[in-house]
Design a protein around this ligand. Structure first.
Ligand code: ZN
Length: 173
C-alpha cells in the first residue's frame, strides 16, 4: 500500500498501527459514540469513549479506510486512553497544528503521532490523518453538552468549526 514518500522509520510506525490497530474494539459500556467520515478518501471511523469523571477511561476505535486514517485512529486509542478531557483536547490541537505546518508543540507529547507529521506535505491526506481527531473532539463536545454527537465529515469542518478551532494555547488556559 502506498502511503506517500514518508521517512522509512515513520513508514514502519504507520504500517504497524495500520496492520495491528490498537483499541479496535466495541466497548460493552460507553458514554458517547461518534461517527466520522472523510468522503475525499472514503475513510470512516466509529469512536466510543467511556469516561470516569473528567478522565477518559476506555476508547474503542473502529476505523475503516486508508493506512493514514486507520493508523491515526490506532494512535489515538493508544494516546488518549487515561487522559483528562483537557489533555486529550490538547493532543488533538497539537496534532492539528503539526499537520498544518505550524510550530512543533514540544510541550505536548504526541507519541507515535509524530510519525504522521510528514503528512503535512500532502494536503489531501491531512483529512485522513485528522479524521479520528475531529471525531474525538465531536464526541467530547457532545459529552460535555449532554447531547448525541452529529455525524462529522471532514468536508464540513471549516476553520471556524467549534470542534476543530481548538488550539494548544486555548487548552492550556
Ligand atoms: Zn484516507
Amino acid at each position: 500500500m502506498s502511503i506517500g514518500p514518508v521517512d522509512d522509520l515513520y513508514r514502519e510506525v504507520i504500517l504497524d498501527h495500520h496492520k495491528r490497530p490498537r483499541g479496535q474494539q466495541r466497548l460493552d459500556d460507553y458514554d458517547v459514540q461518534a461517527e466520522g467520515k472523510n468522503p475525499a478518501c472514503g475513510d470512516e471511523v466509529t469512536l466510543q469513549l467511556k469516561f470516569d469523571g473528567d478522565r477518559i477511561d476506555g476508547v474503542g476505535v473502529l476505523a475503516r479506510g486508508c493506512a493514514i486514517s486507520t493508523s491515526s485512529g490506532s494512535m489515538l486509542a493508544e494516546i488518549v486512553d487515561g487522559l483528562s478531557i483537557t489533555e486529550a483536547r490538547a493532543v488533538a490541537a497539537a496534532f492539528k497544528e503539526v499537520l498544518h505546518g505550524e510550530t512543533f508543540p514540544t510541550e505536548i507529547d504526541l507519541g507515535d503521532l509524530e510519525a504522521l507529521a510528514g503528512v503535512q506535505k500532502f494536503p489531501v491526506r491531512i483529512k485522513c490523518a485528522v479524521l479520528p481527531w475531529v471525531t474525538l473532539l465531536d464526541a467530547i463536545l457532545a459529552h460535555k453538552q449532554g447531547s448525541e454527537p452529529d455525524p462529522v465529515s471532514t468536508e464540513g469542518v471549516a476553520d471556524g468549526d467549534e470542534r476543530m478551532s481548538v488550539t494548544v494555547e486555548e487548552v492550556k488556559r
